[in-house]
Design a protein. Sequence first.
Length: 604
Amino acid sequence: ASDLELLLKMKESLENYGSSLDSWNSTTPPCTDGHANWRGILCYEGKVWGVKLENMGLQGLIDIDSLKALPYLRTLSFMNNSLEGPWPEIHNLVGLKSIYLSNNKFSGEIPYRAFEGLKWLKKVYLSNNQFSGYVPTSLTVLPRLIELRLDGNEFTGAIPRFHPLNRLRLFNVANNQLQGQIPSTVNRMPASSFAGNERLCGAPLESCTSKPSTASVVGAVVVVCLAVLVIGIVVLMIHKKQNGACAAKLGNPPSSIGKGRLRDVGDESRRSAGSMSSTDTRKAEHLRLSFLRDDREMFDLQELLRASAEILGSGCFSSSYKAALVNGPTIVVKRFKQMNNVGKEEFQEHMRRLGRLSHPNLLPPVAYYYRREEKLVVTDYVRNGSLAVRLHGHQSLGEPSLEWPIRLKIVKGIAKGLEYLYRDMPSLIAPHGNLKSSNVLLSESFEPLLTDYGLVPMINQELAQDIMVIYKSPEYLQQGRITKKTDVWCLGILILEILTGKFPANFLQKGKGSEVSLASWVDSVVPEEWTNAVFDQEMGTTKNSEGEMEKLLKIALNCCEADVDKRWDLKEAVEKILEVKERDGDQEIFLTSYASDAELISST
Ligand SMILES: Nc1ncnc2c1ncn2[C@@H]1O[C@H](COP(=O)(O)OP(=O)(O)OP(=O)(O)O)[C@@H](O)[C@H]1O
């Protein structure tokens, strides 16, 4: 059908336009070159690129489907009318850059996949309708989204976590029924963007923790003052942060933890260092780092505090700082927030145990620092960054994306690292416990290095549940239990993330047992569609590797099997993963080299 026929079909679905759409008739084409003959039509070189029917008192249900065959359609606006009905399915309008439906009477839930594949979408305006249910998670991964208005609806549940590298410059969810903590990836927006949702909390609104009583504030002040005398202002700053809410999560550069503060950390530490070292050696004892490996040059906490620091990420679980030591390596100091139940002996013993582990796919701790209220773990800085950033951040950073052979190499390395953890820490139910793409760092040769493993026994149980990946598993959500196969589920989800390029957290809907995981999404796509709909197009699919990619995808689905009895154990999963080849029909496994690995990667 021609543009003219398609638009007239849509016109039929509208009501109450009176004479305002008289120009829409079958005798005049909608566009002549760049000129529009029809009211509300935007034209470019004779093609319709926009439909803009605003403030016309329109009623009825729009027949969006008839627009999907308009190949040049880029913008749609029906703002300020009285249109009604459910969410108009726009996912077929693949070239759409903006959609404006504000101030109408649309209602009902928007499917969570409603925006999937709309990679050109920059602006979404749905304000002041009656949409309900969850905010659709497919919005969170739109690579070009810069303006999103959902205010004045009836959305419920939590704000989903937008990609850390999102480009949003306008975000408004005010006046809904949203609840829970505002994700750090959008908390740079003004408070007015979140107003009118009684149960939302966290920056830029009030903290999610209850306000402390006056007595505890006074007590805290006294304690903090003593702490200042003993270990200096740097640790005071850390304390302050500990008392606050879990503010920002990683990856994003939220304004609340910017470079200014980092400079402050450096300044304060220099002052405290100067005033301490000469006077009180007993106090200095408190500042001793315990080293776990004797092949490493040692340094003390003073040196560390003197180094210029940069925050890598700060979440509920930990904050990570990168520090370049003067005349020394660049290291990462990870400060754990949720370990205050663990005693010194237990902590030391556990750290020594982790320090003894050695494998080309692990990034072992180098040193630690223990005080009852403060635990730091030092590792080498890995310059190539995390798999999470490589998978999801490369577009913004202008980096090339990872190709299939590299992705396969990474999966195999992760499997081998995990197998080693299972062998060497058999007493732990979940030897890794927090396997996710931000905890996989990449060496210069793209060998994966696992971090943050073996920590489950150290973390405060009640908080671990909100934080660690094992507690997102079906067995935990449905039966409240963790098993030896729970890390296998995490491995499965991670492989799916690697193959699809999609962020697993965006698939998790809130609520026990009702969650939609990345695995169930992949499972819902028929295998014939995998090449087009499931595999990350950036992976560089070639005809002679598709069979092996499919093999790996099936392995991942087996690892994600919700029924723990049917799920593979780690040994079987690793065996199957190591059998996958780079190309269909290859006789050998090409990518198992451990060669260039333990090159641990400190820049100086
Ligand atoms: N040794 C390291 N070298 C380079 N980057 C690192 C290193 N350790 C962590 N990172 C990166 O720093 C960021 C913050 O890490 P951090 O471990 O604090 O948070 P996370 O792993 O994203 O979440 P969680 O708080 O659940 O562990 C992540 O992007 C992570 O990949």
